[in-house]
Design a protein around this ligand. Structure first.
Ligand code: HEM
Ligand SMILES: *[C@@H]1O[C@H](CO)[C@@H](O)[C@H](O)[C@H]1NC(C)=O
Ligand SMILES: *[C@@H]1O[C@H](CO)[C@@H](O)[C@H](O)[C@H]1NC(C)=O
Ligand SMILES: *[C@@H]1O[C@H](CO)[C@@H](O)[C@H](O)[C@H]1NC(C)=O
Length: 538
């Protein structure tokens, strides 16, 4: 406590001096909202509201490049402009990096691996992992994802069969996140976490609600502390994160420790066998072989190996499971869509079984257009990683589609001084009317099936469907193909067996900003992530 206070005091002083010295703004005429306070600027509006709500309001009023005030009157930008996003995420290479205090948090969550590394170290690690994430690798996991979905649906069937009128309210995140954890464990590491079968597994328990505990509803003082951290040296940051008694940080550390122990155990029991298997492209084999590599260019250190496993667990399960929860939520609210989608699934299952297949195959999935459209629309409308944070590490010229300054000038580029921080708004980009149509704020999967409803972007962004949901460029999501196939498998299995109905609470679902987006019920944040739907047999 004393340490934090000292650190904060000294940084305020340093900050003030720094602020006085560097106060020069090339941004004076860029439009944006008036600041609410000197200490926090507009950060409260942006970080304490539901995901996207402030982003959408600003986008509507000020456009796709919005200047706002972060703490202490410093300018920051909220960006949803395709050209600017493309430049920052892709063309600029490593000239735009993550916020340093966030990199530190990432260390706490998953160690010094892929999400921690920058520059050449990041490039090397990514190159090692890439072969494990191709489309045939992901496609091979379809039967596995079906079987994870089936274990969950068997448990649901049991519960329904024993319930009085064959109907039961399931809190989706609780179930899906465990099923998704099992799916990622088996796909990436050939290891069964057993989280669906046994709700008491340690990893399942510490990860359950970790994000909500650690990041949801940041208070003013949490926001201020986060802002102050950017001025501290790395070593001090590391020290504070490791020792801070804050319950938020403690929840992350705890999850980190459990995941670390598990990764170490997995590696030590499997490494020998994996080293013997020639030419295997599964993720775990790639990692272990890279650790044994002679060449420094293709070598992964032991620390990198372990933390990369943690990155995959962490990046891979909550994201996919919250996306699925929001997809089912939309289906519960749109019975007709749910009905049509089920009809498409039943038809495909019939087709597969007439060929003598017990399950839908990858090639069947390619013809399931409504399924694909519904998944695209969910990823567009409910992007579970809402904000990507970047700092300019060098002076730069940012290309933008066009903004009109408050003095009436039209700009197509913006000079950016080194150190400038931006927030890339995925929800706002994903509802850019120029790309997705005037009805961008409506959930409508059919837009993807209508000619010219979604227009081709002048720059293409992200690996999938021109969406920013998986980020883009050099740090884009590695696991997006896994995510999509997993989503397809779960939707097929669940819709073919069950029908989803609204509950009274779903009128009060919040898109909670907790680092990632998690569904919660208004006024019940203490219960963690919640999305209760009534389920019956279909
Ligand atoms: C719907 C599901 C998913 C969404 C929306 C999603 C989204 C994202 C986003 C936005 C990033 C960039 C984060 C940043 O730069 O700050 C990212 C990175 C990453 N994702 Fe995903 N992800 C999903 C599922 C997965 C899955 C299933 C895996 C693994 C099997 C995975 C593995 C990764 C990895 C390894 C990175 C780090 C890449 C790097 O730093 O180079 N993701 N993801
Ligand atoms: C029976 O099902 C209906 C909706 O299908 C639900 O409203 C009701 O509460 C259920 N009753 C019991 C006892 O579960
Ligand atoms: C947080 O700060 C804002 C000003 O930025 C203020 O309007 C609000 O009342 C504060 N909230 C609390 C709980 O103090
Ligand atoms: C990774 O390499 C280091 C150093 O060569 C070695 O000590 C460690 O056991 C290796 N880890 C695995 C899982 O093979």
């Amino acid at each position: 406590m004393l340490l934090s206070a000292l650190a904060i005091l000294s940084s305020i002083t340093a900050l003030y001096v720094w602020y006085k010295l560097t106060r020069r703004s090339p941004f004076d005429h860029i439009p944006g909202p008036p600041s609410k306070s000197f200490l926090l600027g507009n950060l409260g509006e942006l970080m304490q509201a539901q995901v996207g709500s402030t982003d959408f309001a600003w986008q509507e009023t000020y456009g796709d490049v919005v200047k706002f005030k972060a703490a202490f009157g410093i300018d920051r930008f909220l960006i949803s402009d395709p050209k600017a996003l493309h430049h920052i995420l892709q063309t600029s290479g490593y000239r735009w990096g993550k916020y340093r205090e966030r990199v530190e948090l990432s260390r706490l969550m998953s160690g010094k691996g892929l999400t921690y590394a920058e520059g050449n170290a990041h490039k090397r690690q990514r190159k090692i992992m890439l072969p494990g994430f191709g489309s045939s690798e992901a496609g091979n996991f379809l039967p596995l994802f079906f079987s994870c979905a089936a274990s969950m649906s068997r448990r649901w069937s049991d519960i329904l069969s024993f319930s009085e009128n064959q109907s039961h309210v399931f809190n989706l995140p609780e179930w899906i996140s465990r099923a998704s954890l099992d799916a990622i464990g088996q796909a990436a590491f050939d290891y069964n976490f057993g989280a669906t079968a046994n709700h008491e597994t340690e990893l399942g328990k510490v990860y359950q609600n970790m994000l909500t505990k650690a990041f949801a509803a940041p208070s003013n003082s949490t926001l201020l502390t986060m802002e102050l951290l950017q001025f501290l040296p790395r070593s001090l940051l590391e020290f504070l994160d490791d020792l801070s008694p804050s319950p938020r940080l403690a929840a992350i550390r705890r999850a980190g420790e459990v995941a670390n122990a598990l990764a170490e155990e997995l590696v030590s029991t499997k490494a020998n066998a994996l080293l013997k298997g020639e030419g295997q492209k599964d993720i775990m084999s790639l990692l272990v072989k890279a650790n044994a590599s002679e060449s420094p260019k293709s070598r992964l250190t032991h620390t990198e190996l372990i933390s990369t496993m943690r990155v995959i667990i962490f990046a891979g399960f909550d994201t996919t499971s919250n996306t699925l929860a929001f997809l089912l939520y939309e289906l519960a609210r749109n019975p007709e869509l749910q009905h049509n989608l089920r009809a498409e699934i039943r038809a495909a299952e019939k087709e597969a079984s007439s060929r003598g297949e017990s399950q839908i195959t990858i090639s069947d999935l390619k013809g399931m257009y409504l399924l694909e459209a519904t998944i695209k629309e969910t990823l567009r409308y409910h992007p579970v990683a809402p904000h990507i944070l970047r700092t300019a590490k060098e002076d730069d010229i940012l290309p933008i589609s066009a903004i009109t300054t408050t003095t009436g000038q039209v700009l197509t580029e913006l000079p950016i001084p080194r150190g400038t921080r931006v927030i890339l708004s995925i929800p706002a980009y994903n509802r850019n009317k120029k790309i997705f149509g005037d009805d961008a704020h409506m959930f409508n999967p059919y837009r993807w099936l209508e000619l010219n409803h979604v227009v081709k972007n002048d720059v293409s962004l992200g690996p999938f469907a021109n969406l920013a949901t998986f980020s883009g460029g050099i740090r884009s999501c590695l696991g997006w193909r896994f995510a999509i196939i997993e989503l397809q498998a779960f939707v097929v299995e669940l819709l073919s067996k069950f029908e989803f109905h609204p509950t009274a609470q779903i009128e009060h679902i919040r898109r909670e900003a907790a680092f990632a987006m998690v569904p919660t019920v208004e006024g019940e944040l203490d219960k963690g992530s919640q999305l209760p739907l009534r389920v019956t047999f279909a």
